[in-house]
Design a protein around this ligand. Structure first.
Ligand SMILES: [Zn+2]
Length: 74
């Protein structure tokens, strides 16, 4: 029970330990990622990339409704 409180890491200089962009997966839908999709979520619009994982080129964002259709068993 000690990994959920970012405030516990206070006290140092201006070096904020924010999420690193290259490691941030807070905007990836895991249910879609597990189906082999890129699953990146465009947070401002809530749209999700439905292209295959590690696809080439830019993400292609689709509406949440379409994304949901890609999730098996839903
Ligand atoms: Zn993508």
């Amino acid at each position: 029970m000690n990994a959920e409180n970012p405030a516990a890491n206070a006290g140092t200089t201006g070096m904020a330990d924010d999420e690193r962009p290259d490691l941030s997966n807070s905007n990836v839908r895991e249910d879609l990622a597990m189906t082999g999709r890129c699953a990146l979520v465009h947070l401002p619009t809530g749209r999700t990339c439905l292209l295959p994982l590690r696809h080439q080129g830019p993400c292609e964002f689709h509406r949440p409704q379409e994304a949901q259709d890609m999730v098996p068993g839903s």
